[in-house]
Design a protein around this ligand. Structure first.
Ligand code: CS2
Ligand code: MN
Length: 358
């Protein structure tokens, strides 16, 4: 595995490449052209400029998160084939620049959903949190307004203000899309892009839906072992793979995370590792990465990744806001750096124990 950190680009991130480089073991970043709209073409020049900027700081791009998929592709409506063409050209340009991992998601309307961006914990840190009761009592059109005040002046992925201004219209476009239709559209998209992925050896890694159930009545499909395996089989190509995000699949306590990892051997190309603390099955908050601070056994998660021979990038996922840092919620430097150090430690222990036959 390769330890990495997500970086949104110098115009958007409060964290610098120079800071990231000082985290032990981190030489790779997971990044994106954050200003690109879903469906838009990424030119080779733009990709090269990003690559050069990362290289100038002594690092490399370990993967892209995300090349976002347009609503026309997700809903299978007019414009889908045009957007797929652009996606294919973008993949080709990435491949020519020697980038071989792309994370994306297939969530309708909202990317991840949290009801609080700054829940205060006992130690004074603040974290992202979710309560089903809050979602149930909220008009989805008000979702953005309800959290916007805690964004610390940043633009959060999937929550771009221009997009949120169209929420009502977006809901309308999904009104005839159920889980089956969404799955069909995803398979259509994957089949169309597999040839270019094969040509340039680009591993597509779908991010799970977060939380792993339907919110506001919208369809959600990448939520459990059964569905993700169904997708792996529907397009049975190694380039159709998975971003294993423990904090997203883990929102549903019925998901046995180590077992899911083992069932996806050979198809996990990227891992997001974070812990959650459940106060009840439908109220959770994003804890520190440490097992004892939350609900998951992080050792078992890392052990399962190690056992299946996982060799892609790992990144700590959302961190707590600590030590007075002001940053994009979930994406400050300090707690993610602690997370990286902790995951590195777990990995080293698992690896050495295995090598020594302990
Ligand atoms: C990320 C997602 O911040 C997060 O929760 O894990 O936004 C993820 O980047 C996207 O869903 C992947 O397309
Ligand atoms: Mn994630």
């Amino acid at each position: 595995m390769e330890m990495t950190l997500r970086w949104y680009g110098s115009q958007y991130d409060t964290v610098t490449l120079e800071q990231i480089r000082q985290i032990p073991g981190v030489k790779g970043v997971i990044t994106t052209l954050y200003y690109k709209q879903p469906g838009e073409l990424w030119t080779r020049e733009e990709i090269r400029a990003l690559k050069d900027e990362v290289a100038a700081a002594g690092m490399h791009i370990a993967g892209i998160e995300s090349v976002n998929v347009s609503d026309a592709i997700k809903t299978g409506s007019e414009g889908r084939d045009h957007d797929i063409e652009n996606y294919i050209k973008t993949l080709e340009n990435l491949g020519k620049e020697d980038i071989h991992l792309v994370c994306y998601n297939f969530m309708p309307v909202f990317d991840w959903t949290r009801t609080e961006l700054a829940r205060k914990r006992e130690d004074g840190s603040t974290v992202l949190a979710y309560t089903q009761a809050a979602v149930d009592s909220l008009n989805p059109e008000k979702m953005f307004d309800s959290i916007a005040g805690d964004m610390n002046g940043t633009v959060m992925p999937g929550w771009e203000p221009e997009r949120m201004a169209r929420v009502k219209e977006l809901f309308e476009t999904y009104k005839d899309i159920d889980n089956e239709k969404l799955f069909e559209n995803l398979v259509y998209f994957l089949k169309a892009i597999m040839p270019v992925c094969n040509e340039y050896d680009i591993k597509m890694a779908i991010h799970p839906d977060d939380p792993a159930w339907s919110v506001f009545g919208l369809p959600r499909i990448i939520i459990n072992k059964e569905n993700i395996l169904r997708l792996m089989n529907a397009v049975d190509d190694v380039h159709n793979g998975v971003t294993f995000c423990s904090g997203s699949y883990g929102t549903n306590l019925n998901n046995n995370l180590p077992e899911m990892i083992r069932s996806l051997k050979g198809r996990i190309h990227f891992a997001h590792v974070r812990n959650l603390k459940f106060n009840s099955p439908d109220d959770f908050e994003e804890a520190a990465h440490l097992s004892s601070d939350g609900t998951f056994d992080m050792y078992e998660i890392i052990k399962a990744l190690y056992d299946i021979g996982f060799d892609g990038p790992i990144r700590p996922d959302h961190g707590r806001m600590i030590w007075g840092e002001v940053a994009m919620p979930g994406y400050g430097l300090y707690d993610r750096a602690l997370g990286a150090a902790y995951i590195n430690g777990l990995w080293e222990a698992v690896e050495k124990a295995s090598e020594r036959g302990i």
